[in-house]
Write a protein that binds this ligand. Sequence first.
Ligand code: ZN
Length: 103
Amino acid sequence: MSGKRPRTQRRVEERAARKLVRDKERLFELSVGGSQERPIEVPSTSVIELRVEDVIRCIQCTGQYRIRAHEAPASGIRRVDVTCRHCGAPRSLWFRIVSDEPN
Ligand SMILES: [Zn+2]
């Protein structure tokens, strides 16, 4: 154990931690809800905010989200901009309204 260099070790750990954060964000973007191409399907707009605050958790720390904005960039598509209440990470969640009613 002699001759170890704690500062270097700490840098290595910090770099690994940052990489893990980036990897998780990338994974999130590829997962359902992480992009407009892969939205979470919901039966109506009214369930979106409930789901964001009660069901979906921050990918970094499993904290609860706070909704900052709720946008409709396209017909039947909703984007909810959120911030994690715990770690403060900003993120956008994508939804698609899948209704059984004929349009
Ligand atoms: Zn978080």
